[in-house]
Design a protein around this ligand. Structure first.
Ligand code: SF4
Length: 181
């Protein structure tokens, strides 16, 4: 059995950062060209259930995935990254198809890569987490929602679910994601 802990992950700028997700107003722009890397077990789970996702995908994304698969040869953090079609993640279609199918089945995150679930939280090399913000730690993505001037809201309020997920991830209760196949 995997050991579980209740250690609270440290998010260094919880008080100083500002963030508010305004989806669907933004059109889900964090899913355009984001190319998240996925763990081998996450990839295997998506592959196993792919037939459920295909009918909900954009036609061009579906055609691409049926021909080439949903990951590219491009590597990030040593892992395969999700493919893109017409500038959007292959699973983006007016929201995330993996999220929508999971939600219908009672768990919105069961198929979604953990890096998508935790966005805009990011782990630094020292193991601590931070809320991505313009110019912080060399942040290069110009997404408007990463601009702290866009909202007065603190992430302790707006990212409660994501922070709870971090506890699951760091505590070992989501360890299936990092299992090698
Ligand atoms: S897997 Fe879903 S949440 Fe992640 S980038 Fe693709 S569409 Fe967005």
């Amino acid at each position: 059995m995997t050991p579980e802990t209740t250690t609270r992950p440290e998010v260094t700028n919880l008080e100083t950062a500002r963030f508010e997700c305004v989806y669907p107003t933004c059109g889900g722009t964090c899913c355009s060209n984001g190319r998240p890397p996925i763990e081998a077990a996450e990839q295997a789970r998506i592959q196993e259930h792919l037939a459920k996702f295909l009918p909900h995908m954009r036609p061009e994304a579906r055609a691409k995935v049926e021909k080439e698969g949903f990951v590219t040869k491009r590597r990030k953090e040593g892992l395969f990254a999700l493919g893109v079609s017409k500038g959007w993640c292959v699973f983006a279609n007016d929201g995330c198809v993996l999220h929508k199918v999971g939600a219908v089945e009672g768990d919105r995150w069961k198929y979604k890569p953990w890096r998508c679930i935790t966005f805009p939280l990011e782990r630094s090399e020292n193991g601590k987490w931070h809320v991505r913000q313009w110019k912080l730690k060399g942040e290069a993505w110009d997404l408007f929602c990463l601009n702290p001037a866009e909202s007065p809201k603190k992430p302790a309020e707006t990212l409660k679910s994501e922070i709870e997920f971090l506890e699951e991830l760091e505590g070992g209760r989501e360890s299936w994601r990092r299992q090698e196949d």
